[in-house]
Design a protein around this ligand. Structure first.
Ligand code: PLP
Length: 375
């Protein structure tokens, strides 16, 4: 039986066209890009073409794009540099960031005695921007604000312009974890008040282990990983050439197909939302599903019962892949810090469903009917 994959916020299947673009660099074009002979020059050229293409698709300058191993490394690079190079002594973030940010800022706060503040979260999961303003107004320290563009568990989005403008007004640096939005939304970084963003290609049908870091051209930092002179002395280590080529191809396809794919995926989300309410009326949803939200993600709450204890396991038995995230910490299942931050009155069994261009309405019919039987 075919599996139904509804966990595209975790990772996405590789697009065959992306794989095809990578294949030469997994076979005959194997040269080290730092080598001066033709094998090296060919792979060097592929990297620089990829960088140009990524920059163009994000509305950035070529020199502002650095390739890394993924979103985690990109965010670590910036948060460390904020303290070491930009003299920040205060980090403002939110309690619902991905652990790539949250664990890093907590580590830095402890290690370097940095002030750490959290912006309040509203009941619908949005960031309390009035509180951000207050934190910045009362602030006397050099500060970096790190707030994710879209939350990977509930899908809520911020307006990069709005948050970036607030940061600018208060002379704070602004870093945004855009791992869930690069490859899903158009960007024009030349016109966006953000200093640093991140991306990871396995979230948009590219390969794993390859990411980008955008650093605004007016800001100079030193590397996080030391060693060779790769990435213009900003990220040492022999380049992941096939990953870089795959990243650029995946972003190019995502950009070209954005309108068609996003409309289709949004229709899947709405279809599942309506069907869940029809077949399991006690269902409710986290976040702001049809407001400022990812079009490919639905965070669903079911009343807690004996049956929901094993729901992900039972879905797996029915060949359905989705991910969990309830508020409590019970046994092996760690509670979700994001759902906890929503401070719900009741405890729910939460399942995150996230879709891609490869999903269909008939898969949604199967999943909702299976849920209705299991719950
Ligand atoms: N930030 C967000 C919002 C994510 O969803 C993820 C991936 O799960 C990451 C960061 C980490 O990215 P990577 O796995 O490429 O390091």
């Amino acid at each position: 039986m075919d599996r139904i994959y509804f966990d595209n916020a975790a990772s996405t299947p590789l697009d065959p066209a992306v794989l095809a673009s990578m294949m030469p660099f997994l076979s005959e074009q194997f040269g080290n890009p730092s080598s001066i002979y033709s094998y090296g020059r060919e792979t060097r050229m592929a990297i620089e073409q990829a960088r140009k293409s990524v920059a163009k698709n994000l509305g950035a300058r070529t020199a502002e794009i650095f390739f890394t191993s993924g979103g985690t490394e990109s965010s670590n690079t910036i948060l460390y540099a904020a303290i070491e190079n930009l003299n920040c002594t205060h980090i403002i973030t939110t309690p619902i960031e991905h652990h790539a940010t949250l664990n890093t800022v907590q580590h830095l706060a402890k290690k370097d005695a940095i002030q750490l503040s959290y912006v309040n979260i509203l009941p619908n999961g949005h960031i309390d921007l009035a509180h951000l303003e207050t934190l910045l107004t009362n602030n006397t320290e050099k500060t970096i604000v790190s707030i994710m563009h879209a939350n990977n568990e509930i899908g809520n989005m911020i307006d990069l312009f709005e948050v970036g403008s607030i940061c600018k007004k208060h002379q704070a640096y602004f870093h945004s974890d855009t791992v869930q939005t690069v490859g899903h939304f158009p960007f024009d970084l030349s016109n966006t008040p953000v200093d640093f963003i991140t991306g990871s290609s396995h979230k948009f049908h590219g390969p794993k282990g390859i990411g980008i870091l955008y650093i605004n051209e007016n800001i100079k930092i030193t590397p996080y990983i030391h060693g060779g002179a790769q990435e213009r002395n900003m990220r040492a280590g022999t380049e992941n050439v096939y990953g870089i080529v795959g990243f650029a191809k995946a972003l190019d396809l995502a950009t070209i197909q954005h309108e068609k794919d996003s409309e289709y995926i949004q229709s899947l989300k709405k279809y599942m939302y309506d069907l869940l309410l029809e077949k399991i009326p006690e269902t409710n949803f986290n976040g702001d599903p049809f407001g400022k939200s990812l079009y490919n993600l639905l965070s669903v709450n079911f009343p807690k019962s004996e049956k929901t204890e094993m729901i992900l396991f039972n879905l797996d038995i029915h060949h359905i892949c989705a991910s969990g995230g309830s508020a409590c910490s019970s046994g092996a299942q760690q509670g979700s810090h994001v759902i906890q931050a929503l401070k719900k009155e009741h405890q729910w069994a939460t399942i995150r469903f996230s879709f891609s261009k490869y999903n269909t309405k008939s898969e949604i019919d199967t999943v909702v009917n299976t849920l209705a039987r299991l719950l």
